[in-house]
Design a binder for this molecule. Structure first.
Ligand SMILES: [Zn+2]
Ligand SMILES: [Zn+2]
Length: 267
C-alpha cells in the first residue's frame, strides 16, 4: 500500500499537468451550449403570459436549496463509494473529489472554464429536457423556470466552491460569503477536516447543518451497506493514514463530531 505522503505527491503531480486542448474545447462548448439553452428557454417562457413574482421568488429559493442538496449528494457519493479505479466513474467522478481532499488549493489554480465546464456538460441533458415541457401551460412554464433556476444553482456550485478556497477574494464575494448567500470559507473548512464526512453541500451550504444533525448521510450509508454489502470509504484508509486493521473502527467513529474522533483527525 502506498504511503499517504507518496499518494499526495503523485496526486499533486497529476493535477499539475492541467487540462488538455480536447478538455478545453469540451469545457468551453459545454458552457456556451448551457447558456444558449438557458437564454433560449427564458425567451420561450417569456413569450407567454408573464409568471407571477412571488411564485418565481419561492421557486428560486427552492431551486437553490435543491442545487445545494444535489451538490452534497453527489459529493457524498464520490467521497464515499467506489475507488479511483471504478470503471468510468472512477476517473471522471471519484478522482476529482478525493484529490480535492489531498490538494484543496488545486481548484484555485483552475480557470473559469476548467472549474465550470463539467457541471455544464452534466446539466445539458436536463436543460434540453426542460425545453420539452409544455410551455403553453402555466404549470409547464413554472416547472421549466424551476429547472432553469436549479441548473443555474448547479452551474454556480463549483465557482462558489472555488471561491470558498481562495485566499484573496473579491469584495463582492466576501460580501456574499459573509451574508451566507453562498458557501463560505469557514463553513466549508468543516468538510476539509479528515475524515471528510461532514458538510458535503458546496453551493450555499444551507443544508449542511440540518443534514448533519439528522444524520442523513450516515443513515443512507447504513442502508446502502445493508442492501449492497459495500463498505463506505473502504479504500480511504491509506489516504487517511490509518492502518487497514483500524479502518473499520475509523469508519465507525467517522460520523462523530471532530472532538469525539481524535484518532482519525491526526492523519
Ligand atoms: Zn469531499
Ligand atoms: Zn473544498
Amino acid at each position: 500500500m502506498e504511503t499517504t505522503h507518496g499518494t499526495e505527491t503523485k496526486k499533486k503531480a497529476e493535477l499539475a499537468t492541467g487540462s488538455t486542448t480536447a478538455m478545453r474545447v469540451i469545457d468551453v462548448s459545454s458552457i456556451a451550449s448551457f447558456f444558449a439553452l438557458q437564454i433560449w428557454l427564458g425567451y420561450r417562457i417569456s413569450a407567454h403570459h408573464p409568471l407571477a413574482l412571488w411564485p418565481m421568488f419561492s421557486l428560486t429559493i427552492l431551486a437553490y436549496l435543491f442545487a445545494d442538496f444535489i451538490s452534497g449528494f453527489f459529493h457524498w457519493m464520490a467521497d464515499t463509494w467506489g475507488t479511483v479505479n471504478t470503471p468510468l466513474a472512477g476517473k471522471v467522478f471519484v478522482r476529482p473529489f478525493r484529490e480535492h481532499h489531498v490538494d484543496e488549493m488545486a481548484i484555485t489554480r483552475h480557470d473559469f472554464f476548467e472549474v465550470n465546464g463539467a457541471n455544464c456538460l452534466i446539466s445539458i441533458p436536463f436543460m434540453t429536457a426542460a425545453h420539452f415541457l409544455p410551455l403553453d401551460s402555466l404549470w409547464g412554464r413554472y416547472a421549466a423556470f424551476f429547472v432553469a433556476m436549479w441548473l443555474l444553482g448547479i452551474f454556480c456550485t463549483n465557482q462558489f466552491h472555488k471561491w470558498a478556497h481562495l485566499e484573496e477574494r473579491p469584495a463582492y464575494v466576501e460580501w456574499m460569503q459573509r451574508h451566507r448567500l453562498i458557501l463560505s470559507h469557514e463553513h466549508h473548512q468543516v468538510h476539509h477536516q479528515a475524515p471528510h464526512t461532514r458538510y458535503y453541500c458546496i453551493t450555499s451550504g444551507w443544508l449542511n447543518e440540518p443534514l448533519y444533525r439528522s444524520r442523513f448521510f450516515p443513515v443512507l450509508e447504513r442502508i446502502v451497506t445493508r442492501v449492497t454489502g459495500m463498505v463506505p470509504r473502504k479504500d480511504d484508509a491509506g489516504w487517511l493514514g490509518i492502518a487497514p486493521a483500524r479502518a473499520d473502527a475509523a469508519l465507525e467513529s467517522a460520523h462523530l463530531p471532530a472532538e469525539a474522533a481524535p484518532a482519525i483527525d491526526k492523519a
